[in-house]
Design a protein around this ligand. Structure first.
Ligand code: HEC
Ligand code: HEC
Ligand code: HEC
Ligand code: HEC
Ligand code: HEC
Ligand code: HEC
Ligand code: HEC
Length: 393
């Protein structure tokens, strides 16, 4: 499988693919700038929904649009009606021939979606919606397989900002990461031919918990196990989905072959997809450094998807503030109302990333990879006052 790990030469070819940028004055040129990122560093989906569903295709891309100036202006819902922000993934324009999600949506979720339309009504291209501080397109039902049949977990999106009366004013490219590399098969599935991995999972569940899942396929796991990622309340008295999966498997990972040097990749994508490919992986931190062990993730006292690590757990630097209280990294803003992700990238892909495609956007805007640190990406001239890294509560 191609991971599209291209060198700088390939990166500039990709950038040329954008066409002439508006007012091309090199990095920092133009009247407007857009910085976009996927909300999660990797979205994990299933490919085959005929047996059960863990997570559907559902990527969410957010963007910050800034009017450059001595006092840069974050364009959001307050003046958003003059702007449109278009989203597309060149070369990946449909999904319904790549996954059977659209055959089982009604049985699993009670909604019959048109082909290639996701759970929030968006397709593989469309427009972002203006929010406070940012723009967003939710539930894009993209798969890791492009239209030519190549599987690549780092799909590259193109975003274009149009201003009423002016036309195209800014563009960017960002990775829309998605993978179906779940390795349940490493432990599940009978060696006898015809025994399916998913059926084996359902059979184990029925035997151990006295349920009747095998006879009721396709099964929506979150119908009983609460899952905040899907807004599913679950059933009273049944463990959350995250707690069930991590808690029950905590003592089973010893069965993994030694090639799984990162045991979390038994279920998370993955040994090939490398969902964690950020500055931390190059400094030797892995999943457990930030999230703790399986039993910590599975602790029933946690609220899954909400009680997550925070930059401030480890980082402290005089004068620097990090996440806003009660908000996740992906929701927080700092430095004049600019979202953290605009300068740092998505969690698990915090720049400089180990993958060239994740570094493209910073290279496009400031000429080098890493945190957006060139003031003139947003300020028309380098401010006299020093940089401040305080959040806006
Ligand atoms: C490291 C090996 C391993 C991996 C990887 C693994 N499992 Fe399991 N799983 C087990 C073992 C062992 C059991 C217990 C089987 C038994 O007692 O018959 C089990 C049981 C289960 C059960 C039954 C309920 C229970 O009490 O645990 C479910 C459901 C399940 N696994 C789902 C999954 C899914 C879904 C994946 C992939 C996302 C997965 N497992 C990956 C080893 C694994
Ligand atoms: C009909 C309701 C129902 C559905 C649907 C269901 N489960 Fe369960 N599951 C339970 C119950 C009840 C238990 C045992 C009590 C508990 O864990 O809270 C359980 C236990 C588990 C456990 C073991 C938890 C532990 O701590 O030992 C795992 C793992 C699990 N389920 C995974 C899954 C997966 C994966 C799916 C989808 C394929 C699924 N469940 C679908 C009801 C359900
Ligand atoms: C046996 C399979 C399995 C293994 C191994 C596994 N996970 Fe997960 N993990 C899942 C599944 C399934 C979900 C999705 C749960 C949901 O949709 O709520 C998940 C979701 C998560 C989440 C988001 C939900 C939450 O609880 O906040 C975190 C964080 C997480 N895993 C961390 C880890 C870490 C860290 C490891 C390794 C120590 C790990 N996982 C290993 C199956 C696994
Ligand atoms: C440097 C710390 C760090 C490391 C290393 C790390 N995570 Fe995370 N993880 C986070 C943070 C921070 C969040 C919450 C993101 C937010 O606030 O928007 C998170 C959230 C998650 C979530 C919930 C979905 C999401 O992206 O918000 C999952 C699943 C997850 N991590 C799995 C993993 C796995 C699997 C690994 C290893 C392959 C890993 N993490 C490594 C810090 C880390
Ligand atoms: C578990 C602790 C932990 C968490 C949580 C964590 N980091 Fe880090 N981070 C580190 C360590 C350790 C280093 C490496 C420091 C070094 O090499 O001097 C690092 C390095 C970095 C660097 C590179 C800094 C440099 O000097 O080059 C950046 C940027 C960074 N982290 C951003 C973040 C962001 C953003 C978050 C939250 C989304 C975060 N970190 C969460 C521990 C953590
Ligand atoms: C306008 C761009 C910008 C925004 C917005 C921004 N940062 Fe930063 N951040 C930076 C720069 C520049 C550095 C310093 C990098 C260096 O020292 O090389 C930094 C450093 C960091 C570090 C590493 C600190 C250390 O220990 O050296 C963390 C963690 C961090 N930021 C988190 C956040 C969080 C959380 C938010 C949102 C509340 C945020 N940042 C918003 C530009 C930004
Ligand atoms: C990603 C965009 C972005 C980057 C990069 C950026 N800034 Fe800003 N900056 C802003 C925004 C937005 C404001 C808020 C302006 C306002 O409130 O009117 C701001 C405000 C400021 C202010 C407050 C005074 C003023 O001009 O409004 C200072 C000082 C400042 N930035 C310094 C810096 C320095 C120094 C750097 C480079 C190290 C930098 N900024 C990089 C977006 C950015």
């Amino acid at each position: 499988m191609s991971l599209a790990v291209c060198g700088i030469a390939a990166a500039s070819t990709l950038m040329l693919g954008l066409g002439d940028p508006p007012e091309p004055e090199g990095p920092g040129g133009g009247q407007y700038v857009i910085l976009a990122n996927n909300d999660l560093g990797m979205h994990c989906m299933m490919r085959d929904f005929s047996h059960f569903m863990i997570l559907p295709p559902f990527n969410t891309v957010q963007a910050v649009v800034i009017k450059r100036g001595n006092d840069p202006d974050v364009i959001d819902i307050s003046e958003g009606s003059d702007f449109t922000v278009d989203f597309s993934v060149p070369g990946n324009t449909h999904s319904s021939t790549k996954s059977n999600f659209w055959e089982y949506d009604e049985a699993l979720l009670g909604v019959d979606l048109p082909p290639d339309i996701g759970l929030t009504g968006n397709g593989l291209s469309g427009q972002l919606e203006a929010m406070q501080h940012k723009w967003e397109i939710t539930g894009v039902p993209i798969t890791p397989e492009d239209d030519a049949g190549r599987v690549n977990p780092y799909q590259l999106a193109k975003l274009s900002v149009y201003k009423e009366g002016t036309g195209l004013v800014a563009q960017t490219q960002t990775v829309v990461p998605v993978s179906w590399e779940l390795s349940c098969n490493v432990c599940h599935g009978d060696p006898s031919p015809g025994m399916n991995v998913e059926v084996d999972v359902l059979r184990d569940h029925d035997r151990l918990h006295n349920t009747n899942l095998e006879a009721n396929q396709p099964v929506f796991c979150a119908a009983c196990h609460a899952d905040p990622a899907l807004g599913a309340p679950g059933q009273a008295g049944v463990s959350t989905f995250s707690s069930a999966m991590h808690g029950a498997h905590a003592d089973r990972l010893g069965d993994l072959p030694a090639s799984f040097d990162n045991q979390c990749y038994a279920c998370h994508p993955g040994r090939r997809a490398q969902c964690q490919r950020d500055v931390h992986s190059s400094r030797g931190l892995d999943c457990v450094s930030c999230h703790g062990e399986m039993s910590d993730v599975g602790a029933p006292t946690r609220t899954p998807w909400v009680d997550e690590p925070r930059c401030a757990d480890c980082h402290s630097r005089p004068g620097f503030e990090f996440e806003q209280p009660g908000k996740l990294f992906r929701e927080s803003v700092g430095h004049g109302g600019v979202s953290c992700f605009a300068c740092h990238g998505s969690p698990h892909a915090i720049t400089p990333a180990t993958t060239e495609t994740d570094n493209l956007q910073a290279i496009l805007h400031q000429g080098f990879a890493g945190v957006i640190s060139d003031c003139t990406v947003c300020h028309t001239r380098t401010p006299d006052e020093p940089f401040f890294h305080s959040r806006d509560d």
